[in-house]
Design a protein around this ligand. Structure first.
Ligand code: ADP
Ligand code: SF4
Length: 687
């Protein structure tokens, strides 16, 4: 298909200092959870974006020296020649597709604790960054840097920049954002120095300017020098000669960089979940930058719509469209626009499962794109599928995320696929959940798969078809996949987290009851120990019409969601909705009219008026159909069914990302010979 001329502007080359980006699609630095111990995994992951048409592909944060050691979080390093070789894999792979490779050189300063290197952390004035944030709480304060330490830092940056050039990078960064060391120098709250590096805006910019200078000296005219800078707090500080200190800082540094890569100051604002941050949410903070500098500007905003991208460029907000999450959810986004296939873009849903991977120190995962991070280990290409030898028939029972993804993958491999669901529409859990407050964007999980399935001739869809084991045997396909989901239980736990049974009787509900249309009478208690999004979302939903108290044994609402950058906004939203919050509390008893809570540690009891108790806790796989079929193997044989596979929540209940992954895994491997099933183990390069 032909590209829509409206999007031509996105494919214009952009000059960045001595190098030229082939188009405006810029995969900005973002964590991958892949350290230097996973060089092949990382190279293949970044390569896929270049193959998918991103004109620039960057690394995540790369430490320049052991004094910037973020362990146990998964950071990369460029400390020596061995590290150089691990990155050459990536630059070669990115260059093979005509893209530029960028590297984000990083020093964490007072926001890292050097837990492995045991070196004292560095900072402008001895003040830790983010000391109250779990994961950033260390038991050591940073030292205040003296003049010698500043000289050493400049030497570290210069040495790392030389290595970056040897590794083949085209764009080399100075990273002055997100509370890391150079950013700490820019902000007066952290930088309380009285020497030439503190006080006035010009003085606070001095370190960043010197870092840019030594970087340029080190890379010569072969690489561009980029500045990544957080502007949120600076934008809020009134300037002396301009509207804000952000204006003054950008103006002061404009001559020293070839590119501004602009961002917010912290995860929840920079990488906000779609529940709370719409596409393009950075614009209000960043729009001024181009009015202060003639240098190209890249920024992000979870852009997935080509019209929004074009609008950002035409209105002079950005020169390059930055993508982190959109490039994870669909590495082929640029090529799809280039070939007039915008409708095929697998749009990011803004769930931030990818970000939780970094917090959990594992390679990146994605709800929408199950192949991400598996390009090398499993050999999964997001757009290419090994064809099945024979055109076998498969019946997939259940059309939630797992069944949809499995059916699509099998159909792409050439199977004849029948997809059946007892419900009136495709979607499984998505049907109910995406109608809840803030979750509309998650419907893309369903919409994209449905539209892709509908376009394939070898797929038949059967709705309103709740199948029994007899039905399945009568259908008699060669393969059966069971994707029948999970059910929420009413099970409660003791303070030692041992199951203690289920409260019975009227007035006790689970999310399944709500999905089935149950009307809850207020006052309502939502007892959440699932700790992801659903408990909080249901509290917000119910609070539209009722008095709601949210109770959790955790220390915060939606405790796990801190890993997905959601927790601060969840608290704000609950407060705005008038939901009362009881943390560190367990539900111990319920009688219609009253719920009894116990303090998690002391056991002290309190009673609350409560007519409906909603328990959002454990789930169990709905695997009855699977077990029934497997109980009688000879009956399967009799009708020619060769395999029955249980996937998704029916097998092991989890987040939607896990169900999608499970469905994809089954779709890739069903009927494939053992030689095609790949599970490689990465490790440091030898020799
Ligand atoms: P997952 O997240 O694993 O995809 P979901 O709970 O979202 O699971 O979806 C499971 C789907 O399976 C639901 O749409 C449900 O209607 C369907 N389902 C469950 N049992 C049967 C059955 N026996 N026959 C047909 N569909 C079923
Ligand atoms: Fe987007 Fe969610 Fe995938 Fe992250 S995990 S890229 S937020 S869809």
């Amino acid at each position: 298909m032909l590209r829509n001329p409206r999007y031509d502007v996105l494919f214009e080359p952009v000059r960045i200092g001595p190098v030229t980006a082939p188009n405006r699609f810029y995969s900005v630095p973002h964590s991958s959870g892949m350290t230097n111990r996973m060089p092949r995994t990382r190279a293949a992951f970044r390569e896929m974006k270049a193959e998918g048409g991103w004109g620039v592909v960057c690394t995540g944060y790369v430490s320049i020296h052991p004094s910037s050691d973020d362990s146990p979080l998964p950071y990369a390093s460029l400390w020596d020649d061995d590290d150089v070789r691990t990155f050459q894999l990536m630059t070669d792979a990115v260059h093979a597709h005509g893209a530029l490779a960028g590297i984000e050189l990083w020093h964490g300063g007072g926001s890292v604790f050097n837990r492995t290197s045991r070196l004292p952390p560095l900072s402008p004035s001895g003040i830790a960054a983010m000391p109250t944030h779990l994961g950033f709480m260390g038991r050591v304060q940073p030292r205040a840097m003296d003049a010698a330490a500043i000289r050493e830092l400049l030497g570290m940056q210069a040495a790392a920049a030389r290595r970056a050039r040897s590794a083949g990078f085209d764009i080399v960064y100075v990273y002055a954002g997100m509370g890391y060391l150079p950013h700490q120098f820019l902000l007066p709250n952290w930088n309380q120095r009285t020497d030439a590096y503190g006080g006035s805006v010009a003085n606070r910019c001095r370190l960043v300017r010197e870092l840019l200078e030594v970087t340029r000296e080190a890379v010569g005219d072969r690489c561009a020098v980029a500045l990544r800078i957080s502007l949120e707090e600076l934008r809020a500080l009134p300037g002396e000669h301009a509207e804000s200190q952000a204006h003054e800082v950008v103006a002061a540094l404009a001559d020293w960089t070839d590119l501004f890569d602009v961002k917010m100051d912290s995860g929840p604002t920079d990488c906000g979940p779609s529940r709370f941050s719409p596409e393009g949410s950075h614009e209000a903070t960043m729009a001024f930058v181009k009015s202060v500098t003639s240098k190209p500007v890249v920024g992000v905003g979870r852009f997935t719509s080509p019209d929004t991208m074009v609008s950002q460029i035409r209105r002079g907000v950005l020169d390059l469209i930055g993508g982190a999450r959109p490039s994870i959810a669909d590495p082929f986004l640029p090529k799809k626009i280039a070939s007039g296939r915008e409708a095929d873009i697998r749009e990011c849903i803004g769930c931030n499962i990818c970000i939780s991977s970094w917090h959990e120190a594992v390679p990146v995962r994605c709800t929408q794109n199950p192949t991400i991070g598996e390009e090398w280990r499993r050999g999964w290409h997001p757009e290419r599928f090994v064809q099945a030898g024979a055109r076998d028939s498969v019946l997939v029972v259940g059309a939630g995320p797992a069944g949809l993804e499995c059916a699509l993958t099998l159909a792409r491999r050439g199977f004849d696929v029948a997809l059946a669901d007892g419900a009136h529409a495709l979607g499984g859990r998505l049907l109910f959940e995406t109608g809840l407050p803030g979750l509309a964007a998650w419907r893309r999980v369903l919409d994209w798969r449905r539209s892709q399935l509908e376009a394939l001739p070898n797929v038949s869809i059967y709705l309103d078809s709740r199948l029994t084991a007899d039905d399945v045997r009568e259908f008699a396909p060669r393969h059966v996949v069971i994707a029948t989901g999970a059910r929420w239980s009413r099970m409660l736990y003791s303070p030692l987290e041992i199951p203690v049974g289920e409260p019975q009787g009227e007035g006790v509900f689970t999310p399944d009851d709500l999905a089935a249309g149950a009307q809850l009478e207020g006052p309502i208690v939502v007892f959440d120990f699932d700790n992801h999004y659903l408990g909080g979302v249901l509290a917000l939903h119910l609070a539209q019409k009722n008095v709601v108290t949210y109770v959790t044994p955790a220390g915060h609402a939606s405790e796990w969601a801190v890993l997905a950058n959601e927790r601060p906004q969840v608290h704000v939203a609950l407060r705005h909705a008038g939901v009362e919050l009881r943390t560190l509390s367990r539900v111990t008893r319920f009688e219609p009219g009253t719920v009894t809570l116990a303090d998690l540690f002391t056991g002290a009891e309190t009673r609350l008026a409560c007519r409906s108790l909603l328990i959002v806790g454990a789930r169990f796989g709905e695997d009855r159909l699977y077990n029934e079929l497997m109980r009688e193997p000879h009956q399967l044989e009799r009708v020619g069914i060769e395999s029955v596979t249980c996937i998704g929540d029916a097998l092991a209940p989890g987040a939607i990302a896990h169900a999608i992954y499970s469905g994809h895994d089954c779709g890739r491997e069903l009927g494939a010979p053992a030689s095609e099933k790949r599970y490689l183990r990465d490790g440091p390069l030898q020799g």
